[in-house]
Design a protein around this ligand. Structure first.
Ligand code: UDX
Length: 458
């Protein structure tokens, strides 16, 4: 199938590469010249495990271009995967989605049918707005165009994006048109029936079952995306709230999570207590959902509370440092992990950045490390700070630990699971480990000479 994808961010690029691997004829459009320059030299602009290799594999068939008019007229299906950044009031800004829809309607041929699919995460009612935009352009052009609009929310997890694209739990389609549903069913047929040869890096999990394609109305499809993200966000916040109480009553939250997770109704996933969620989705989507609710003057106290608990986790880590070190002024703190989660260089809404901001504001000296996100963090922090001489990015964890007063483990990167704790402790001024992700067992860290403080366990 001939497909045009508008936007080559995490969602757009992953989708483009995967659909191309599934033998669709894919052209991806982006206006960002920097991204296009990279893509034209066969380099992925995002860090995502496996994406570079897959891009190499499909290189001879996929196309990247800045021009909607070059690829949309001949496409059968057009996917919109542009950003919906938060506005000042938290609501999602759908300007780019509407603009993309407008451009598509401007160049599509009057005598052809197109399926226009919104993949971006958008407020409820956006699909309908896209239908209106398309109609407006058709009337401006004085044509009777033929575009069916569908919503197809994306559930990709950064760091696991390709695995999730080849082996999704479900595909959700919101559409009022049978034609659009049929086109999307053909698009996803290789995934729905698992008829493709798995890429070497992404073998089909033996326990994997064929995924359902759920079809529904557009508003519900849009709501499914927000509701899914908000539910996961509050599941994490729930266990973090329990973790705080575990610290008060000397219980161990990792044991509690294991115990409640064995209940099939609860499930064990997304019950890892720690520094909570960051990234481009949960913070933005929970705020956007509250924005949607506010427009109907509808209260959502559970969603509000999920956010409050989440951001409190970052403050609590700094409190733990104060409790052990006293005043933080002139103390040297090592921060392990800058990305919001492992296997990505994405630092959007990363807990590490808030923690570093707070430490600097209290006069501490910060030495920070990350396997791949240093450049992004340096850029983000230097934009807002006169980069004083109290923040250092250090590429070697052991060098970083030298003479520090405490280490804070913020992101559970794989290399941080195998640190030589004794060696670290020996180098430090005071061997304090604040384990914001419960990577180490308290016994193991204490045996290595650390004063260990985790989340939700003593
Ligand atoms: C999320 C959704 O999973 C995805 O379906 C949606 O499309 C976009 O948002 P993502 O933000 O990439 O994906 O990452 P995810 O793996 O869900 O983790 C989000 C955050 O939650 C991370 O900061 C992670 O550290 C944190 N987390 C996750 C926990 O603190 N505890 C957990 O048990 C799980």
């Amino acid at each position: 199938m001939k497909i045009a994808i508008i936007g080559t961010g995490y969602v757009g690029l992953t989708t483009a590469v995967v659909l191309s691997y599934l033998n669709h004829d894919v052209a991806a459009v982006d206006k960002d010249e920097n991204k296009l320059t990279l893509l034209h030299t066969r380099k992925s602009p995002i860090h995502e495990p496996g994406i570079q290799k897959l891009l190499d594999e499909v290189w001879h068939t996929i196309r990247f271009t800045p021009s909607v008019s070059e690829v949309v007229p001949e496409a059968e299906l057009v996917l919109i995967a542009v950003g919906t950044p938060p506005k000042q009031n938290g609501e999602a800004d759908t300007r780019h989605v509407e603009q993309a829809a407008r451009e598509v309607a401007q160049v599509c041929l009057p005598n052809r049918h197109y399926t226009l699919v919104v993949k971006s995460t958008v407020p409820i009612g956006t699909n309908q707005r896209v239908v209106e935009v398309v109609e407006e352009v058709f009337s401006e052009r004085g044509i009777r165009g033929n575009i069916s609009v569908a919503s197809n929310p994306e559930f990709l997890q950064e760091g696991l994006a390709l695995q999730g694209a080849f082996y999704p739990d479900r595909i959700v389609v919101g559409a009022n048109s049978d034609k659009a549903v049929d086109t999307l069913r053909r698009l996803y047929q290789p995934i729905l029936e698992q008829t493709f040869d798995p890429p070497t890096e992404f073998p089909r999990p033996s326990s994997y079952h064929l995924p359902p394609m759920m079809t529904t109305d557009p508003n519900s499809a849009e709501m499914i995306k927000y509701a899914a993200n908000t539910f996961l966000a509050l599941k994490i916040s729930f266990i973090n709230e329990i973790a705080g109480l575990c610290e008060e009553v000397a219980a161990d939250v990792t044991e509690v999570a294991r115990g409640i997770g064995l209940d099939a109704r609860i499930g064990h996933l997304f019950l890892r207590a720690g520094l909570g969620w960051g990234g481009s989705c949960y913070p933005k989507d929970t705020a956007a959902l509250l924005g949607v609710a506010a427009q109907s003057a509808y209260d959502m106290p559970i969603t509000e509370a999920a956010r409050t608990v989440n951001f409190r986790q970052r403050e609590r880590i700094v409190e733990k440092l104060r409790d052990t070190l006293g005043m933080l002024k002139a103390k040297t703190i090592g921060v392990l992990g800058l990305a919001f989660k492992p296997n990505t260089d994405d630092i959007r809404e990363a807990p590490a950045l808030d923690i570093i901001r707070e430490l600097l504001s209290e006069g501490a000296i910060v030495r920070a490390h990350d396997p791949i996100a240093i450049a992004n963090a340096r850029r983000a922090l230097s934009e807002e700070h006169e980069m004083d001489n109290r923040l250092y990015f250090i590429e070697d964890v052991y060098e970083l630990s030298y003479d520090t007063d405490a280490l804070v483990l913020v992101t559970e990167w794989e290399p941080y699971h195998k640190l030589e704790l004794r060696r670290l402790a020996k180098h430090m001024k005071t061997a304090i480990l604040i384990d914001g992700r419960n990577v180490y067992s308290p016994e193991e860290a204490r045996d290595a000479g650390f004063h260990y403080i985790g989340v939700g366990r003593v």
